[in-house]
Design a protein around this ligand. Structure first.
Ligand code: NA7
Length: 543
């Protein structure tokens, strides 16, 4: 066999999306020995995996990139909302300018990590037999590292092609004239549907919950116009820290009913016309907090959306007169003609609440009503979001007082609900930090933004430990309990807990229902991080 020598490092970073790439660059600049390992074969994280037709980001540029001028000075985006392939090209640019490849190992899935309290190091093992020993174990696995596919009977019997969109074949399948099913109408499902509506012979979309998607105003840039002058970039990036969602915009300083009806409709029209997230996160500040305010936003969305759909029965399924759930409490998607595809003869909508999927058969999908034949089943059912990608690694921390006989695994630690301190650290898992994980502003705040905000804080902490000659840091379990209370408090002030969503852990059967993201907003989150740091990393034990 191949001899896999143990590699000794200051830090091992897992995951080559925005978070991991930033950590590698920053830690190396600060003089640490660091390696980045990634299960995919190149950079990009979710953008490495998601290559399905229509895959693109919902954050408008120039926000969706790193703030380092060395990167943006000679990079020109081709679209306001870049497609997956363009984001991968951007990652290749980043890797070149930041010289990342020499310290990155691809095709390397981390299976296990064990903390050694004597040595104060992590021993990390990978599927291909590598072993690393690192003082710090940094998880940048993102919120969508573990796919979720419902355990329908018969998936293995299907004679056609069954695809989770994040495993889209690199060689584009020819779907022209084919009978295609898409299960799921999250961001992924509606992006694919919009593209496949143009080519598939028959397209059946299986909807469990309708998507309150907003229109995307895509812009193709040309050689002269890149949408925004680069001289304004630093200002855009600086606004990340003062915006609720880490963008260059914020909620309005007014509540919904502070305005007259006329003024309100005009405001909604203006936000709508922006064609980005503004109707969600730059609207009246009470929209996500008050049912009556939320209902106003829904009504506007509903009327705009119904106007696009010819068949009133389909309109009732996609944008019903009675509000089905609070607007914006599931992840808002941006669409480019999704609702209009239902006006085509070849596109059909199946309500899986009325006729649930019972099993997958040799021929296709069997619902409670009938068996339907398909060439392709696209299973856009999402991810075991936020916690799944972390808990699937067999991470063993130190023995906690309640489990003296053996070290506790992260999965066990989270058995009855997620516990972190600041969404970054976990008690009884010393020298381990999580980026873009649960109980942080993850997914509210986008990848590059969170990568920098959390990444800078983590690197600052490592620098502090080096200066003080400290070897070990661990979050107190009391800090975790308090953080959980805060996460709950902020979530309960919003309408989000009233809706079933992956923000609340609802999408995976058996998962604990709890708010999985920090909903206090980015400025409040940064205030907490700053307070902790300025108090000499309060809430941690350091040795
Ligand atoms: P999402 O947003 O989790 O969407 C998954 C979709 O699949 C959603 O419409 C689900 O309905 C549906 N689903 C899940 N399980 C089933 C079953 N058993 N039967 C029928 N339908 C089902 O994942 P995406 O990949 O679209 O997006 C993930 C994130 O990536 C996105 O939010 C952005 O941040 C980018 P439900 O709504 O749960 O009723």
């Amino acid at each position: 066999g191949v001899d896999h020598a143990i590699q000794y490092l200051d830090a091992l970073v897992v995951g080559a999306g925005f978070g991991g790439v930033y950590q590698l660059k920053k830690l190396r600049d600060h003089g640490y020995s660091v390696k980045l390992v990634e299960s995919g074969s190149d950079y990009g994280g979710v953008w490495y995996w998601n290559r399905y037709p229509g895959a693109r980001v919902d954050t408008a540029n120039p926000q969706y990139q790193f703030s380092d001028p060395a990167l943006w000075e000679d990079w020109e985006w081709k679209q306001r909302f870049p497609r997956s392939a363009e984001i991968r090209a951007y990652f290749a640019h980043v890797a070149e300018i930041w010289d990342l490849r020499k310290d990155t190992k691809f095709d390397t899935f981390v299976t296990a990590a064990t903390w050694d309290d004597q040595e104060a190091t992590w021993t990390v093992k990978t599927e291909n037999g590598d072993t690393y020993k690192a003082k710090f174990f940094l998880l940048s696995t993102g919120f969508a590292a573990k796919r979720y596919i419902p355990d329908w009977k018969g998936i293995d019997k299907f004679k056609g092609t069954f695809i989770h969109p994040s495993y889209w074949p690199h060689e584009e399948p020819d779907l022209k004239g084919k009978k295609v099913a898409i299960i799921g109408t999250g961001s992924t499902g509606i992006q694919i549907a919009t593209e496949l509506g143009k080519v598939a012979g028959e397209l059946y979309i299986f909807q469990r919950t309708l998507n309150m998607s907003l229109p995307m105003r895509q812009v193709d840039y040309n050689d002269h116009d890149h949408g925004y002058p680069k001289s304004g970039y630093p200002e855009i990036f600086s606004q990340r820290t003062t915006s609720f969602g880490g963008f260059d915009f914020n909620f309005l300083p007014r509540a919904t009913f502070d305005d007259t009806r006329e003024k309100r409709l005009q405001t909604y029209e203006e936000l709508w016309a922006e064609g980005d997230f503004k109707f969600w996160l730059a609207t009246y500040h009470d929209m996500l907090f008050s049912l009556s305010a939320n209902h106003e936003a829904y009504t506007f969305w509903r009327d705009k959306t119904r106007a696009k759909i010819r068949d009133p029965v389909i309109a009732d399924m996609l944008a019903p007169m009675d509000q089905p759930y609070a607007f914006g409490t599931k992840r808002i998607s941006l669409e480019t003609g999704y609702f209009e595809i239902f006006n085509q003869e070849n596109v059909h909508l199946v309500d899986v609440n009325a006729t649930p999927i019972q099993e997958i058969t040799e021929l296709g999908i069997k619902t409670s009503e009938k068996e339907m034949e398909f060439d392709y089943i696209i299973c856009a059912t999402g991810y075991d979001a936020l916690t799944g990608g972390l808990a699937q690694i067999d991470i063993k921390g130190r023995s906690s007082p309640s489990r003296t006989s053996r070290p506790e695994s992260l999965k066990e630690h989270w058995e009855n609900g997620t516990l972190t301190y600041l969404g970054l650290a976990v008690s009884s898992f010393p020298n381990m930090f999580i980026q873009y994980g649960p109980q942080a502003p993850t997914a509210l705040c986008n990848g590059p933004t969170c990568a920098e905000l959390q990444g800078d804080w983590i690197v600052g902490l490592l620098d502090y430990m080096r200066e003080k000659g400290l070897k070990r840091i661990e979050a107190k379990s009391e800090s975790e309990r308090k953080w959980k209370e805060d996460v709950l408090k902020f979530a309960n002030a919003t309408l989000l807990p009233q809706t079933k969503s992956w923000y609340m852990g609802d999408n995976v059967p058996g998962k604990v229902r709890e708010p999985l993201i920090f909903l206090g907003g980015v400025p409040e989150y940064l205030r907490r991080l700053g307070e902790c740091r300025d108090g000499g990393y309060e809430g941690f034990v350091m040795e």
